[in-house]
Design a protein around this ligand. Structure first.
Ligand code: FAD
Ligand code: SF4
Ligand code: SF4
Ligand code: SF4
Ligand code: SF4
Length: 418
């Protein structure tokens, strides 16, 4: 029997699973479906090539074999799909693979009653970062000197982005370049990944990865950390069904994993310092944001993709706030987004990734989120606490405003005298 906090090396007993490490994640997902514990698995599968991860809604356990492996050249975020296409898991039980940003987005949706966590099993994947598909192709062509279409596998290992490809003579080749070197040249991981501090997603029921698999199991087992009682039950069920085997992790492996996590978190903090410093402060920051967002074509992609945005009637579409038919939209468009979601931004990068005008929206939002966290202490995506503003009901707030004339809602929230 396992319990929250336990850690294991685990590997599949199913020869049909060609997993990224030990294939334990695929084996656990298959067992969840086959046993009827969940009705569906939401994960990711390869589309036309390695630069094309596509979401996969799966009900047949055998289909999961085709999804095994990790895709790093893609920027999907899965939780909003549960809200959009599975009714927030109100009436369906679903297991989903979650990187750190997925896990945080899930929590922010769940705390707003948009996803029913009782019906969700979160299988966490440790995450060093991901690369936008077009950037990956350009980087492979220009920096690696390799035809991007010849790449059949990519991985991030020991600080390198490594590709496996077929050369012009049909021979199998491997080439890796240090991520630090790539990022110094403006290549490599997404900018939000360079700012990310969520490396082992312990918000999930299980957190799985390759860090810490040491000794004879290196490369052949998945490192699994049990993060909840639900996770313990899911893991034990897979062991009891004989679909995974386990071993205790090597002491050296535990030490290495803790060290890598610490280093990666510090890298994320440094990434924030660097990128936020470039953005400047106060008036300078505001002017930079206004200049950059003056390219906006009001396509609403950022809102559509953001896990914190789900309102049926979006304020940015109200003519008295943002004048219709004008592009670029009034700056009020951006101000509404900042006011409504900056306190809860989980730095998932979707609003940058999907912006057709290449506006670094997530940098702007993340920079504000960090400031708001300093002021109000709310760290989005780590627990089920709501941010301060979410306590204010709009109708009550309007009534209070009419009665008092004061716009100071915070004193009330903190229980002080007005
Ligand atoms: P498998 O049995 O191969 O199953 C993997 C599952 O993950 C499959 O269901 C697949 O569909 C799903 N999946 C693949 N790509 C994605 C994606 N982009 N988003 C959501 N689900 C996906 N581990 C570390 O220890 N350190 C790291 O730095 C690290 N970085 C990673 C970065 C990314 C972008 C991803 C996707 C994973 C990363 N991992 C990292 C996790 C690691 O690569 C393996 O996924 C994990 O060890 C499980 O191995 P497995 O053999 O049990 O998984
Ligand atoms: Fe991974 Fe963090 Fe980037 Fe998400 S934001 S892909 S968790 S590094
Ligand atoms: Fe993600 Fe952007 Fe929304 Fe932040 S504002 S949660 S980065 S989509
Ligand atoms: Fe809701 Fe504001 Fe997002 Fe519009 S911008 S969907 S009103 S949170
Ligand atoms: Fe404007 Fe970009 Fe958002 Fe589209 S995605 S509305 S262009 S900021």
């Amino acid at each position: 029997m396992s319990a929250k906090g336990d850690m294991f090396y685990a590997w599949t007993t199913d020869a049909g699973i060609k997993g990224e490490c030990g294939g334990a994640v695929t084996a656990i997902l298959k067992n969840l479906l086959a046993s009827g514990t969940v009705d569906m698995v939401l994960t990711v599968k390869k589309g036309v090539d390695v630069y094309d991860p596509v979401p996969a809604f799966i009900t047949d356990p055998a289909e999961l074999d085709k999804c095994a492996g990790s895709l790093h050249c893609g920027t999907l975020l899965l939780p909003k799909l549960i809200k959009k296409y599975l009714g927030g898991a109100k009436d369906i039980k679903v297991a989903v693979t979650c990187k750190g940003c997925d896990a945080k987005a899930m929590y922010e949706l769940a705390k707003r009653n948009q996803i029913n966590m009782d019906n969700v099993v979160m299988i966490g994947l440790n995450c060093g970062g991901s690369i936008p598909p077009m950037q990956a192709r350009r980087m492979i062509k220009e920096k690696y000197g390799v035809n991007p279409d010849s790449v059949f596998k990519e991985e991030i290992d020991k600080g390198q982005f490594i590709i496996e490809y077929t050369d012009e003579n049909g021979a199998h080749q491997t080439k890796g370049i240090k991520i630090d070197e790539l990022e110094e040249e403006g290549l490599g991981r997404r900018k939000n990944c360079q700012r990310c501090e969520t490396k082992i997603p312990r918000q999930c029921d299980l957190a799985c990865g390759n860090w810490g698999v040491f000794g004879e199991k290196a490369g052949k087992a998945t490192f699994v950390e049990v993060c909840s009682e639900k996770g313990a039950a899911v893991f034990d069920a897979a062991v009891n069904a004989g679909v995974i085997q386990t071993a205790a992790p090597e002491a050296k492996g535990l030490e290495i994993r803790a060290k890598i996590e610490k280093t990666m978190v510090n890298m994320g903090k440094k990434g924030q310092e660097k990128q936020f410093a470039e953005l400047g402060e106060g008036q300078e920051r505001l002017e930079k944001i206004m200049r950059a967002t003056s390219k906006c074509i009001k396509c609403y992609s950022c809102i559509e993709a953001c896990p914190i945005c789900y309102c049926v009637e979006c304020s940015t579409k109200k003519p008295h706030l943002v004048r219709p038919g004008i592009v670029p939209p009034d700056f009020m468009f951006q101000m509404i987004r900042f006011a409504h979601i900056a306190d809860s931004c989980v730095n998932c990068g979707q609003c940058t990734e999907l912006c057709p005008m290449d506006i670094p929206n997530s940098l702007f939002m993340h920079a504000q989120q960090v400031e708001l966290e300093k002021m109000f202490g709310h760290k989005p995506g780590y627990d089920m606490e709501l941010p301060v503003l979410a306590f204010a009901e709009e109708a009550d707030e309007r009534a209070r405003l009419n009665a008092t004339g004061s716009d100071m809602i915070y004193e009330n929230v903190f229980g002080q005298e007005e």
